[in-house]
Design a protein around this ligand. Structure first.
Ligand code: ATR
Length: 282
């Protein structure tokens, strides 16, 4: 991209601590280039102690940014410091997308929409599932539970090593969300049409748990939000057992769409070339 196009248009950021491994600059850079838009998107590392000063500079316009993405560990503070967090962020207590509008700092959370958009794209009809099993009860799980509930999935079974964390989430997100310990997994899988892994189980040295997916409905879909590697231990086992799977890379790509549209004024498309670009970079 030539320098003039970068400096003339809107400037957006991704901030976190650390931030250098973020793939977001690659995603937004690809869209800016393919759409031929002026503007730039860059990683901007901010330490936790400096985050509120950074937000002040966004609000005053001093930073020069029109908005950006926020990742670990700043999502909760971004929510607290924004002038107008939307309902999605409000319920999650965390925001990942910020933009200035009418002189105010607006905030939303696009993780849940990224998750469902990925499933819509790669396995349409998934939302006919009446019952879903979600493994894990951390920050990512929250956004997914919210999105599944909002898409009308009737029953959500949250399975977590620390059952209290799952219970807390179930209490927050309303009726028909049930908390279970890991031991209950085979039981709660019975008759479910969707299985989601949100944990790093099997990814960090320890052996991946053996999962028997056969209690799921025969046409159930298995998905994982972990995308490095693309075929996680969960997805590999599901494929071996004959279930359709959706990998987590599309969630990363789709969660980026609403922010790009806010900052640069055009709705970008998640295409196969973009997927290939990120896979090449992994
Ligand atoms: P994130 O924001 O990515 O969801 P997190 O908030 O740290 O990350 O949550 C990680 C999730 O993975 C949690 O559900 C965690 O279980 P606990 O709540 O019991 O900690 C789960 N997890 C991580 N490693 C695990 C392991 N080895 N066995 C079982 N669950 C694990």
């Amino acid at each position: 991209m030539d320098d003039s196009r970068e400096t003339l248009g809107p400037q957006a950021f991704v901030t976190g601590f650390p931030i250098k491994h973020s793939r977001s600059p690659l995603i937004h850079g690809y869209w800016l280039k393919t759409l031929g838009l002026p503007g730039s998107y860059r990683a901007h590392e901010v330490a936790p102690a400096d985050f509120s000063v950074f937000v002040d500079s966004l609000k005053s316009g001093e930073s020069g940014f029109v908005g950006g993405n926020v990742t670990i560990p700043h999502k909760e503070m971004a929510f607290k410091l924004a002038d107008d967090p939307d309902e999605l962020s409000d319920e999650l207590g965390a925001s990942n997308t910020l933009w200035i509008e009418d002189g105010r700092l607006k905030a939303t959370n696009t993780d849940g929409r990224g998750f469902t958009a990925n499933l819509d794209e790669r396995h349409s009809g998934w939302d006919r599932a009446q019952s879903a099993v979600v493994l894990g009860a951390g920050g990512a799980s929250r956004a997914i539970v919210q999105a599944l509930r909002d898409r009308g999935v009737r029953e959500i079974h949250l399975v977590n090593r620390t059952v209290e964390r799952a219970q807390e989430l179930a209490d927050r997100f309303g009726p028909k969300i049930y908390a279970h310990s890991m031991a209950a997994l085979p039981d709660v899988m019975r008759g479910a049409g969707l299985f989601v892994n949100t944990t790093s189980l099997g990814m960090t040295g320890e052996e991946a748990p053996r999962i028997d997916f056969s209690p799921l409905l025969p046409d159930a879909v298995v998905t994982d939000i972990v995308y490095v590697p693309l075929k996680t231990p969960f997805l590999t086992q599901a494929v071996q057992q004959g279930f359709p799977v959706v990998d987590g890379l599309g969630m990363l790509l789709h969660q980026a769409v609403p922010g790009f549209e806010k900052w640069f004024g055009r709705r970008p498309v998640v295409d196969e070339k973009l997927r290939a670009l990120i896979i090449e970079d992994m």
